[in-house]
Design a protein around this ligand. Structure first.
Ligand code: MEV
Length: 440
């Protein structure tokens, strides 16, 4: 039975490893060896990683792949993707190549508004709070000047602060609903600092106000925090072509193929069970680029899934249509991304990923990420309505199975060749591997 530990964070890295190995694993020496194998030999680099979080014991690798040939608004990109799922980069590359021959991706940033809220409780008449708010609104901005001046110099800052009466949802609940322009920064620290200052000013001005002194009203700040729901930080990405150019699938006509895709998207529009998986496929592309570029994929995930449910039922993020002989496939998603601040200037691979993407602005990156999501969805739906998903998936998974079996490089080569013409299933790979061993 393990016992709790006091002061774990104060132990050295070696001590932490020794403790975790002894307390929670069966073979301490092996645990220590595995953890240390992932340490970087460059001590400066290792220290940088150690200091990203608390209690670091080693590094956790994900492959960083490249999906080339993405033509976005007539510029060619090679997109870095950090992901463990074997088929994702291959699928993105395939979709990029498909649309490269058909005019590429067209994208537009619709808006870049970020959101934060001060949540508070107030007992009293709304009208009174409203006139108090109108009185202090300029001071809310003025008191935050130290925080906002640099952002303002660059053209960003606080866009609006509004008082929202939420008492219909929760007794005595009000908000300062605030919007921001944070330019190339994701802006979490900027927004949260502004909000905490707004809360301070609100509390102090309320305490000082003669209007409220004589009465019974009370105001209590509950919390001040940015929102990862950013429905007005929106980007759109689209591909389109005349239907007769969709002639890649040997088993159906171009018209048939286009109709099948539209139908698959319609199903994901109305059926949440399908929509979740459909959107998961989109997130395969989005998360991989978000991660490679050092952005917060949890924030992006939360915001996008909330957006997918904005009409009251969880639905597809992509759309497809056939009009006047033109097939169109598009996505509209909220993406609050940064290309400065956070890990972007700190993590060498993130810096490199941004360089590969031609050092994009946050707006450029929104467009690239939306394209990665759209491409991924196109690739998935295309496979689903034609060959089925397993053919491509298992081909890519083949190497994982062979590695699990401990196949030699020579065996891998032979078996990859063998499965070019045979269906990959887990048992088929084992059988083929065993029969190869018997022959050797
Ligand atoms: C697998 O990671 C993603 C898919 O399931 C997406 C989809 O079904 O659209 C293939």
């Amino acid at each position: 039975m393990n016992t709790p530990i006091e002061g774990f964070s104060k132990l050295t890295k070696e001590e932490k490893i020794a403790w975790i190995a002894k307390s929670y694993t069966t073979n301490s020496n092996e645990t220590i060896a595995i953890l240390k194998r992932y340490w970087n030999t460059d001590e400066t680099l290792q220290k940088l990683h150690d200091e990203f979080i608390e209690n670091t014991i080693t590094n956790y690798y994900l492959p960083l792949g490249i999906a080339p040939n993405f033509l976005i608004n007539d510029t060619l990109y090679a997109i870095p993707m950090a992901i463990e799922e074997s088929s994702v980069v291959a699928a993105a590359s395939k979709a990029a190549k498909f649309w490269l021959k058909r005019g590429g991706f067209k994208t537009t940033v619709i808006n870049t508004e970020k959101v934060g809220q001060v949540h508070f409780m107030y007992t009293g008449a709304f009208e009174k709070l409203e006139s108090f708010f109108n009185l202090i609104a300029p001071k809310l901005k003025k008191d935050a000047k130290d925080i906002t001046k640099n952002m303002e110099k660059r053209g960003g800052g606080i866009s609006a602060i509004t008082l929202r009466n939420k008492t219909a949802d929760l007794e005595n609940y009000y908000q300062l609903h605030c919007t921001f322009e944070t330019l190339d920064a994701m802006g979490a620290n900027f927004i949260n600092s502004c909000l905490e200052q707004f809360a301070e000013t609100l509390k102090n001005e309320f305490a000082k106000s003669p209007e409220f002194k004589e009465h019974e009203e009370q105001l209590e700040i509950v919390m001040s925090i940015l929102s990862n729901y950013v429905p007005n930080c929106l980007v759109r990405a689209e591909v389109s072509c005349p239907i007769d150019q969709l002639n890649e699938d040997k088993n159906s006509t171009a018209q048939d193929f286009a109709e099948k895709i539209v139908r698959a998207v319609q199903i994901a529009k109305v059926e949440p069970y399908r929509a979740v998986t459909h959107n998961k496929g989109i997130m395969n592309g989005i998360d991989a680029v978000v991660l490679a570029t050092g952005n917060d994929f949890r924030a992006i995930e939360a915001g996008i899934h909330a957006y997918a449910a904005k009409d009251g039922s969880y639905s597809s993020l992509t759309n497809a249509s056939i009009e006047n002989g033109i097939f169109k496939f598009w996505i509209e998603i909220p993406l609050a991304l940064g290309t400065v601040g956070g890990l972007t200037g700190l993590h060498p691979l993130v810096k490199l990923a941004l360089e590969i993407l031609q050092n994009p602005s946050a707006k450029d990156l929104m467009q690239i990420v939306a394209v990665a999501g759209l491409a991924q969805n196109f690739a998935a739906v295309r496979s689903l309505v034609t060959t089925g998903i397993q053919q491509g998936h298992m081909k890519m998974h083949l190497m994982n199975i062979l590695n699990q079996l401990g196949a030699s490089e020579g065996d891998k080569k032979t078996l990859v060749h063998h499965f070019k013409h045979n269906t990959v299933t887990h048992s088929a790979v084992i059988a083929a591997y065993n029969s190869l061993q018997e022959k050797e």
